[in-house]
Write a protein that binds this ligand. Structure first.
Ligand code: KG4
Length: 338
């Protein structure tokens, strides 16, 4: 019998619903929230209110586009965390209510597992998926992790950031340059026209597979501060070169630990995920690195790098296969606790 999962994602500022049947994506609807633009960052209270407005039409549209009646659902998967508590509450409560009404089980999903497993979302039955074990470099606005994935429900974080995440490094440096929030995509665009060797920024020297980006951020700030003292128009004149040099340094930091982890684990497959995996430089660098080392690379399509319910549905599908259901007394979690 077919397994049909409705996924619901509401961890930050995108309300999303998706339907997956036996691993095949039938629909993936995402409603963004423009209400935050004027504030230069996501305002949690506004985000949860927008989720409340969006969730009913988004779920209805996802079911309709999938051609699935709600009574056909095997389970409802929802993001339980990490994320903004108010936003998570909307998706969690909606999933619980809908499941009670339909008498189908709920499955709670760790948002980060969703990113890691996004490579298993199939658009056609012939799509190729990773073989276990593989290493996933998870790079987002809040996390930078190296995860050894032994199986779909068996993963181990072998490296993590000890301070800022890769996305934060992009966003905070972009902010100093006067770019809008989030700055990552703007740095990406500017970097394409810049000289990546013009500026040198600090790189961390920490042992193991852990990451650190705060030293880079500080050295970026000092470069700008010292230069602007003598030339007020410095940033404007050099913005493409600054962006390209920053991006190159972030990529070098990411690849350095990835390479160590590949050698230590002996994996032959590498995947990336999370918002920063949309970065053109990161994507090209990973593809090149894997080619050189004869590794198989899995680089997600851009629509699966940002928050989306398709990845929640696929992670929920795998938990459903292992009968890992969620009880109604489970509440959202803001930070990585599971
Ligand atoms: O995964 P995500 O949506 O957020 C978290 O759940 O944490 O990732 C958002 C992060 C932001 O820091 C954003 O600047 C970054 O991903 N990002 C990018 C690009 N697109 C998004 N960073 C660099 N280049 C991009 N093209």
């Amino acid at each position: 019998m077919s397994i049909t999962i409705l996924g619901i994602e509401s961890s930050c500022d995108d309300t999303s619903a998706a339907v997956i049947r036996d691993g095949l994506l039938l629909s993936n609807v995402i409603a963004g929230q423009s209400v935050h633009e004027e504030y230069g960052g996501v305002v949690p209270e506004l985000a949860s209110r927008a989720h409340q407005q969006n969730i009913v039409p988004v779920v209805a549209t996802a079911l309709q586009r999938a051609g699935v009646d709600k009574h056909e659902l095997s389970a409802i998967a929802f993001t339980r965390g990490p994320g903004l508590l108010g936003s998570l509450l909307v998706g969690t409560s909606f999933a619980k209510g809908m499941s009670l009404g339909l008498r189908c089980p709920i499955v709670d999903v760790n948002h980060l597992h969703g990113h890691v497993l996004s490579h298993f979302i199939k658009k056609t039955p012939d799509d190729v998926v990773p073989e276990y074990p593989y290493l996933c470099l998870l790079i987002s606005g809040g996390n930078s992790q190296l995860i050894l994935v032994r199986n779909y429900n068996d993963m181990e974080i072998i490296g993590r950031t000890i301070d800022d995440a890769a996305g934060e490094a992009f966003d905070k440096c972009a902010k100093v340059m006067g770019l809008p929030y989030p700055g990552g995509p703007f740095i990406d665009r500017l970097a394409a026209e810049g000289d990546a060797t013009k500026f040198r920024f600090a790189k961390p020297r920490i042992s193991g597979f852990d990451y650190s980006f705060s030293g880079l951020k500080t050295s970026f700030l000092y470069t700008l501060r010292d230069a602007v003292k003598t030339d007020a128009a410095f940033i404007e004149k050099n913005k493409a070169d600054l962006a390209a040099s920053l991006q190159r340094t972030i990529i070098e930091i990411l690849l350095d630990k990835l390479d160590k982890a590949v050698k230590a684990t002996g994996v032959t497959t590498v995947a990336i995920g999370g918002g920063v995996s949309a970065n053109s430089g990161v994507r090209a660098a990973i593809a090149y690195y894997c080619k050189r080392r004869h590794l198989t690379a899995f680089i997600p399509e851009r629509s699966f790098t940002t928050d989306n319910a398709a990845m929640v549905a696929i992670a929920g599908y795998f938990k459903y296969l292992d009968k890992q259901f969620c009880s109604y007394d489970q509440t959202p979690f803001a930070r990585v606790t599971v």
